[in-house]
Design a protein around this ligand. Structure first.
Ligand code: NTF
Length: 830
């Protein structure tokens, strides 16, 4: 008989049950008692108590999925920027308030405990955070799904600012252990690397290929539960860690080479040591290719294992798995699935290719040429000799199809080839992804259009039917319910709770924009959120900012195309106007910046220095009477985002039109009632469509104007010569005003702007400044601003990741919801 278990030990969600569970874990998991326990222990105790409460749902989901084998989504992503798990789990389990009360009765503060969690920063920016929002929405939609990725030991670096410069520190997020994961050593797989291939004949005389690797590493899965919002469905985020297949080389040890004996272990484990901190650029490093192949191979082997365990043959794989490639980072999966089917499962090429192309779909996330991944051919061959052979074969068949469709068009063949042979030879990963996928999507309408006209034009002409758009979204559970409880309460009291899983219901708020009492509550909430944000800023920067000033916020990775330095030109413009007595009254503004620069991106690091240098001067100049404050919040991450978006008045989305694929921060701001100043770029366009032009501050050239300006020979210096205010602003930087007379430090920025300006800051300058003046005038009319703020939030329903996921599920993956019934623990034990 199964063991007798006490039903509610690990499932009870009453205050008393939760308190018991807390003390139980403090004692049995942490091995502590209150007199010697610290906050870290209390966090761990609570985390384990909460994790326990995910398990009945998690196991019920796995049990159901195992029994009924529904079609399952596998979201393959080199990055999952999850942010802290605990708060989100409390929300999705529906136990936030009870746990808060239980913790209070114990004499602790839930917020303080939540702050103890080291956030898993396993991503760079928007791409990794999108993956996190998507797995939340998948679980909430009750769609069977896995997130597959890499368990980096060090996530995105921890940023500090010293003397205005960015300094990178390692992110030791695992130092206190990770209560949200379960290691599954029994499902470890082996991954081959290097070596050579050889042909052999089987008993029937058929030819096959065998890969004799130079080395193998083990991939060990670590699973975390992804709880859907108030549903039973709990999916799995499965992240792979690399380990040595043999931890210890006894022969070396016996020869006296003690350190050499553990050498292999060290090199194998290096594979998943650290996340590459580049956003929108590729680093053609061998280890990076190994990381990509490693997690892709682990994940595909895992899916095939599950498929077989569910009693099915590989020939039905595409009916049971829909695999999404999150950018080209996992694109090697196309060749790897072919290899697994052909070499390991002895499947004929054509059948394997049919399965592969019915399984994969590919999301492109950027138009920037420097972000397009390609691998030098010899490096690729050294690490993945068998995959190169397979890619050659895919390419030969593909180019044959091209030849037939476009007879005599040789330059087209060269452009489309999976191998770039224009100079040094490269494997083009985006091409592999396009050929191996049934559907290719961009992440906002403009971006998807530009893909067809530009970066993937030849593929579009080859297969127009493969192309589609799915505009990004963000999860309202983390980005409203968890991060903005005050607003959540007001909204739910006003229109009910349906909006949390059906965000378009926010439109029911629209009529309340005309209700002055509602507007007052709305503004009071923004004010309270700004007080919280001001406290965070004071704690992290030492600068006191006033919640009565407008909070003007620009948070995102630092990149020239995102144009943080355009915002700096605006700040200097205001400063210069005040100093020269040219504006009688300036609206008090606090400029809040945050974001990391890739460690090797000199210009981006200089942009951070410029922001801080301007801040130093402006913040300490009595002449400006505290009208202007400039702060750089160090180490912007998910945790800080949860405080920043709710406290923003103005959202800066000022990328050069045609460069930002979508943006997702723009959506978080709008939902939380910030107004946007932005260009016609990425999802800004769709946000403006939704909230209506009169509630959006638009400036700058459009993507097609940008194209024309560049085509007709852009000369930024001409603009500088004729615009006196701009000239004064640039000259202040140039003459060392913000650098104690040092005219060298910012020279690269100034020279670049005057002589090249590839992101058209000077061309958009005047339009931006004029638009900012309108922003200030509007903000002065508090009532108008409040109305606009309410309408922005009320009309942001489209930007829920639930909508994005519903589109992927219906149009691309062809998967459906599988409601799960919660099974009693006893039943699951048997
Ligand atoms: C980013 N791409 C884009 O730059 C953002 O505009 C977009 O919102 C996110 O993806 C999510 O789709 C990348 O980070 C990358 F890696 F593709 F360059």
């Amino acid at each position: 008989p199964p063991p007798v278990i006490f039903e509610d030990d690990r499932t009870s969600v009453t205050t008393e049950g939760l308190k018991r569970a807390f003390y139980d874990h403090l004692f049995y998991t942490q091995g502590k008692f209150p007199e010697i326990a610290g906050l870290g222990d209390y966090y761990q105790a609570l985390a384990h108590a909460v994790r326990d409460r995910t398990l009945q749902r998690w196991i019920s989901s796995v049990a159901d999925h195992t029994a009924t084998a529904p079609k399952t989504v596998a979201y393959l992503s080199a990055e999952f920027l999850m942010g802290p798990h605990m708060g989100n789990n409390l929300i999705n389990l529906g136990i936030y308030d009870t746990v808060k009360k239980a913790v209070q009765e114990i004499g602790l503060d839930l917020n303080e405990l939540l702050r103890q969690e080291e956030e898993p920063g396993l991503g760079n920016g928007g791409l990794g955070r999108l993956a996190a929002c998507f797995i939340d929405s998948l679980a909430t939609a009750e769609i069977p799904a896995f997130g597959y990725g890499i368990r980096y030991e060090y996530g995105i670096f921890y940023q500090t600012i010293m003397d205005g410069w960015q300094v990178e520190n390692t992110d030791k997020w695992l130092r206190h252990g990770n209560p949200w994961e379960i290691q599954r050593a029994e499902w470890a797989v082996e991954v081959k690397l290097g070596g050579h291939t050889e042909q052999y004949q089987d008993d029937l005389g058929r030819l096959h290929v065998r890969w004799a690797p130079e080395k193998t590493v083990a991939g060990v899965p670590f699973d975390s539960p992804i709880v859907g919002y108030k549903v039973t469905t709990t999916n799995t985020l499965r992240l792979w860690r690399a380990e040595a297949t043999e931890a210890f080389d006894f022969s070396q040890f016996n020869r006296g080479d003690y350190l050499g004996a553990v050498d292999k272990k060290v090199t194998s484990e290096n594979l998943t040591k650290a996340l590459y901190p580049n956003d929108e650029t590729v680093q053609g490093k061998e280890l990076r290719l190994e990381q990509q192949y490693f997690f892709v191979s682990c994940s595909l082997q895992d899916m095939l294992r599950i498929h077989k365990a569910r009693g099915m043959e590989p020939d039905t794989f595409d009916q049971k798995f829909a695999i999404q490639l999150n950018d080209t980072h996992p694109a090697i999966a196309v060749a790897e699935l072919m290899r697994l089917l052909i070499d390991d499962n002895m499947m004929p090429w054509d059948q394997a290719w049919g399965i592969t192309t019915r399984t994969f779909s590919y999301t492109n996330h950027t138009l920037l040429p420097e972000a397009l991944e390609r691998w030098p051919l010899d490096l690729f061959k050294r690490i993945l000799p068998r995959h190169l052979e397979i890619i050659y074969e895919i390419n030969a068949r593909f180019l044959n199809d091209v030849r037939i469709k476009f007879l005599g068009d040789d330059s087209r063949l060269a452009r489309l080839s999976l191998i770039d042979e224009s100079g040094e030879r490269y494997v083009r990963m985006a091409h592999l992804a396009c050929v191996g996928s049934h559907t290719i999507n961009g992440v906002a309408e403009l971006h998807s259009e530009l893909l067809k006209q530009d970066v993937l034009k030849d593929f579009y002409e080859m297969w127009p039917e493969k192309f589609t758009n799915v505009t990004n979204g963000v999860t309202p559970r983390r980005w409203m319910v968890l991060s903005n409880p005050r607003l959540t309460k007001l909204v739910s009291e006003t229109i009910g709770e349906g909006w949390i899983t059906d965000l378009p219901q926010l439109s029911k708020l629209e009529p309340h924009a005309e209700d002055s009492a509602f507007r007052d509550s709305w503004r009071a909430i923004k004010r309270a959120n700004k007080v919280d944000l001001a406290a965070l800023i004071l704690r992290r920067t030492g600068v006191a900012v006033s919640p009565d000033s407008m909070f003007d916020v620009l948070v995102k990775r630092i990149h020239e195309y995102k144009r943080q330095h355009l915002a700096v030109l605006h700040i200097i413009t205001l400063y210069h106007r005040l100093k020269s007595g040219r504006s009688a009254y300036t609206l008090p503004r606090t400029f809040i910046f945050g974001g990391k620069a890739a460690p090797g991106y000199t210009m981006a690091k200089l942009m951070i220095k410029l922001i801080n240098a301007v801040g130093d001067v402006v913040n300490n100049d009595r002449d400006v009477h505290d009208l202007l404050k400039v702060v750089f919040l160090p180490n912007f991450n998910v945790t800080y985002g949860q405080c920043v978006y709710p406290g923003a008045d103005l959202s800066e989305q000022i990328s050069l039109a045609g460069k930002e694929a979508s943006g997702t921060g723009n959506m978080k701001f709008a939902m939380n009632g910030a107004l946007t100043i932005g260009t016609m770029d990425g999802a800004n366009i769709e946000i403006r469509d939704q909230v209506k032009a009169e509630n959006f501050f638009l400036f700058g050239h459009t993507a097609s104007e940008v194209h024309d300006i560049k085509a007709s020979g852009y000369r930024p210096r001409d603009i500088y010569e004729v615009n006196a205010e701009l000239r004064a602003v640039v000259d202040l930087i140039q003459t060392g005003f913000f650098s104690r007379g040092d005219t060298d430090v910012f020279k690269p920025i100034v020279d670049n702007l005057l002589d090249h300006d590839p992101y058209l800051l000077l061309a958009d300058y005047q339009s931006y400044i004029d638009c900012q003046d309108v922003v200030s005038d509007t903000y002065r009319e508090a009532d108008t601003w409040a109305r606009m703020s309410i309408l922005n939030s009320a009309r942001s329903g489209k930007f829920s990741s639930d909508r994005s996921i519903a589109e992927y599920a219906k149009n691309i993956w062809k998967v459906e919801a599988v409601p799960i019934t919660l099974k009693p623990e006893k039943e699951l034990y048997m």
